[in-house]
Design a protein around this ligand. Structure first.
Ligand SMILES: N[C@@H](CCC(=O)N[C@@H](CS)C(=O)NCC(=O)O)C(=O)O
Length: 299
């Protein structure tokens, strides 16, 4: 009995220490329970749209448990994310889809709370600059998709989404660097813009780099056989490119049907399309087109 109690104590202490060291390395601010809950409560009570938001918090497949402990436990997670054109459905954010794919892969239950500038909770605006996506887990909140990914991987390591050697992981990460900034600037400008050709070339260079990497890794995923968090990060961004190319660029670069120019990228997209976590977290193409149309209008 004594040994059992001792073991239990060691387990609690080590998880708590791990938690503190994780938090120390995060570029985020933590909220105390009372501040976080009071602020959100006060804000939400004042919002006419509270009932609407609450109604649209889509619940996943889990009966949430309210656990008051230093070690994060399953349940009570809410992902605040950009809302779509109707202001309540899931919006066109590839970073939010990245987080949702992680949650789906790890089979973690979560609510979703699509928000607009008008419906963002005060605590999110005041303490996190209103940054979306934001994952609130019990009394904590995390922003920046890569930080949220680290948080989930650290506390919910099964299944692991980075169980490949560090050098391999870094190589795969490097191969995708610069792709989304290139895609975003390309999709923002019109086909007739004088910069269009240069911006298109930048996207092609990124695709070439990715294709070469996938040849080396062997595919089907970024690090080879193993599906990782890097795939969760990349897949939604590539999907934006596919939809954007069709909607705005007359399919000037064909990565969805052309099997010869970037064959490995084409195969990668086919593999990702089959992944349940990707399928389950997709939003309509029209939402993506709406988002980029707004970005193009505001450029
Ligand atoms: N660096 C951020 C980027 C997130 C981001 O750009 N989010 C945009 C849409 S993709 C957003 O939600 N905008 C709406 C808003 O901030 O209200 C991350 O990795 O989480």
């Amino acid at each position: 009995m004594k040994t059992l109690l001792l073991l239990l104590l060691i387990a609690i202490v080590s998880k708590t220490v791990a938690f503190s060291s994780f938090i120390r390395h995060l570029p985020i601010r933590r909220l105390s329970t009372s501040r976080c809950q009071q602020q959100e409560g006060a804000k939400l009570k004042n919002l006419v749209s509270y009932r609407r938001i609450n109604h649209h918090m889509a619940r996943n497949n889990y009966e949430g448990i309210d656990i008051d402990s230093a070690t994060p436990t399953v349940g009570d997670m809410t992902l605040y994310l950009k809302a779509g054109p109707d202001e309540v459905s899931v919006g066109d954010c590839p970073f939010a889809q990245y987080i949702r794919m992680l949650l789906e892969e790890k089979e973690l239950p979560y609510y979703m709370c699509p928000t607009t500038a008008e419906t963002k909770p005060d605590w999110l605006v005041d303490n996190y600059g209103g940054s979306l996506p934001a994952l609130r887990h019990g009394r904590e909140c995390y922003v920046e998709s890569d930080v949220i990914c680290q948080y989930l991987e650290f506390f919910f390591p099964k299944p692991s989404l980075n169980s490949v050697p560090k050098a391999e992981f870094n190589r795969a990460q490097e191969a995708t660097n610069g792709l989304f900034p290139a895609v975003a600037t390309y999709l923002k400008y019109s086909q007739d813009d004088s910069d269009n050709e240069a911006l298109q070339s930048r996207v092609c260079e990124s695709l070439e780099k990715l294709n070469l990497h996938l040849v080396e890794s062997g595919g089907p995923y970024l690090t080879g056989e193993q599906f990782t968090s890097l795939d969760c990060a990349l897949a939604p961004k590539l999907h934006h490119l596919v939809v954007g190319l069709q909607a705005f660029k007359n399919n000037a670069i064909d990565i969805s049907t052309d099997t010869t120019t970037y064959p490995k990228v084409h195969d990668y997209i086919s593999a990702i399309n089959k992944r349940p976590s990707f399928q389950k977290t997709l939003y309509p193409d029209d939402t993506i087109i709406w988002g980029w149309t707004n970005a193009r209008t505001n450029t």
